[in-house]
Design a binder for this molecule. Structure first.
Ligand SMILES: C[S@@+](CC[C@H](N)C(=O)[O-])C[C@H]1O[C@@H](n2cnc3c(N)ncnc32)[C@H](O)[C@@H]1O
Length: 256
């Protein structure tokens, strides 16, 4: 198959990315050599996987987050652009802290804490219940030359240290929402009981119990009211919600 035929078979940007990877050539080469012929067997196999909505990130074992490249494999959540505002909010809120201890609940591939650890002076701890997440994060710690203490545990169960700040992008999709597009990603990374708010509430309770100073979480865009009610019922007065890049409510900041 020729390059000029291949790029017509789907989204041009995505096809070019696949060709760059398969042929080990850059975009300029693809543009300058439309008649270059390649063996299409693997290319067509990938297009077939993509038709079934299998994530591109699992095929090439990489994902980009906040401008950096991360290692990814099947078994961990694919990083989402919607999580990038969480980084900005954490950095803004941490300006008043001096070398805090930050615990991330549900580290996944490590994108959040690793991105932050490269930008701010803090001690990082992170947990996940998924051993593949811990393994993938370890790879990304090496890739980015960052140090984070990892625990394979529920919430912060095995963590004894004094924590100043909790951050998390926990599972918050309602259990009934079984989208096709999500079928290849781990269920424990996506779905939660109580209209998706179960883990969010557990995390806030954990923060109250441990007397942390700050809790910052990503949430679903329809969960603002449920979380506001929960904060009020638990005597939490100092909180606000932030929006994602599309203008949807996407997370909260609780100051204790
Ligand atoms: C939505 S993913 C986020 C992953 C990563 N932080 C990111 O933003 O891409 C949620 C993560 O929380 C983990 N998780 C789910 N329940 C948990 C629990 N009870 N305690 C700790 N981690 C949990 C999942 O395994 C998953 O890795």
């Amino acid at each position: 198959m020729k390059i000029k035929e291949a790029v017509k078979l789907g989204n041009r940007g995505e096809i070019e990315y696949i060709l760059e990877k398969l042929l080990n050539k850059d975009k300029i080469f693809l543009h300058l050599n439309p008649d270059y012929e390649f063996d299409e067997k693997q290319f067509l196999k990938i297009l077939d996987l993509r038709k079934k909505e299998y994530p591109l990130e699992y095929i090439f074992n990489e994902a980009y987050f906040y401008g950096d490249r991360f290692y990814i494999k099947e078994g961990v959540l694919v990083p989402r652009d919607d999580t990038e505002p969480l980084i900005d909010i954490v950095m803004k809120e941490l300006q008043k802290f001096d070398n805090p201890t930050i615990a991330e609940i549900g580290i996944g591939s490590g994108i959040i804490s690793i991105t932050l650890a490269k930008k701010i002076k803090a001690k990082f701890i992170a947990t996940d219940i998924n051993p593949i997440a811990i393994e993938v994060t370890k790879q990304n710690l090496k890739l980015h030359n960052v140090d984070i203490k990892l625990y394979l545990t529920n919430l912060l169960d095995d963590v004894d240290e004094k924590i100043d700040v909790i951050i998390s992008n926990p599972p918050y999709v309602e259990e009934e929402w079984e989208f096709d597009a999500l079928k290849y990603e781990p269920k424990e990374a996506l779905f939660a009981k109580d209209n998706g708010t179960y883990l969010l509430k557990q995390i806030v309770k954990e923060g109250l119990k441990r007397e942390v100073k700050l809790i910052i979480c990503e949430m679903g865009y329809h969960q603002k009211e449920m979380m506001s009610d929960f904060f009020e019922k638990n005597g939490i007065k100092n909180f606000y919600f932030y929006k994602d890049l599309s203008g949807n409510d996407r997370g909260f900041v609780v100051k204790l």
